[in-house]
Design a protein around this ligand. Structure first.
Ligand SMILES: [Zn+2]
Length: 204
């Protein structure tokens, strides 16, 4: 910001005579003579201020959001975030799940008779209802990451929403599908993205 300010500077000029009182000299009186001189000065004055300006933020791309979600960077304590990520990704693949939103979606902590299940689809044959039970002690095991939890939830939504059954593998170390019955504590984000791509592509 540039302001051109004309300032009037008043300069007080004091002139005085130096006293000299030596006997052989004339007496000299000290006189203070004050004059006011008007000086006109042009000054450029720069003032820096921080002004809040609303700038339109760029929306993250689908790929950027994938990197975020499949890395587990979301609030994993909220059960419904897993559902929202699943629905978001299904939409990216053009899979119409509007009927799911129109129905009931219940994701709740509840113990299963089989204590080894971290989560399970309770009503997979009911298309009006998504009902996932969560065993919090297992689901939030300290070694399980948000990625691992999202993997489990994609698997359960695979049962509940896509009506998929298991794809068996002899060894869970060689899992190759979200529908393998191998619960993951963690998964490499790139691997997860690849398996999710195959999973959703197959439902198009
Ligand atoms: Zn299963």
């Amino acid at each position: 910001m540039l302001n051109l300010v004309k300032s009037i500077i008043l300069v007080v000029v004091s002139s005085f005579l130096i006293t000299s009182c030596m006997p052989e000299e004339d007496y000299i009186e000290i006189v203070y003579q004050t004059e006011i001189i008007e000086v006109e000065v042009e000054k450029e004055v720069y003032v820096y201020v921080e002004v809040p300006v609303e700038v339109e933020a760029e929306e993250p791309t689908v790929e950027e959001l994938r990197d975020i979600y499949y890395s587990g960077e979301f609030d994993g304590a909220d059960y419904y975030n897993y559902f929202e990520i699943f629905m978001w990704e299904a939409q990216n693949y053009g899979i119409d799940l509007d009927y799911v939103r129109e129905g009931e979606v219940i994701i709740e902590p509840r113990s299963h008779a089989n204590k080894s299940f971290a989560a399970w689809a309770k009503e997979r044959d009911n298309n009006e209802k998504v009902h996932i039970g969560i065993e919090p002690d297992l689901f939030f095991e300290s070694t399980r990451t948000n990625r691992g939890r999202l993997f489990i939830m994609f698997h359960e939504f695979g049962h509940d929403i896509f009506n998929l059954t298991h794809v068996d593998v002899a060894d869970c170390a060689e899992f190759n599908s979200i529908m393998n019955s191998c619960a993951k504590n963690d998964i490499n984000p790139e691997m997860f993205k690849t398996l999710a791509h195959e999973f959703f592509s197959s439902m198009q």
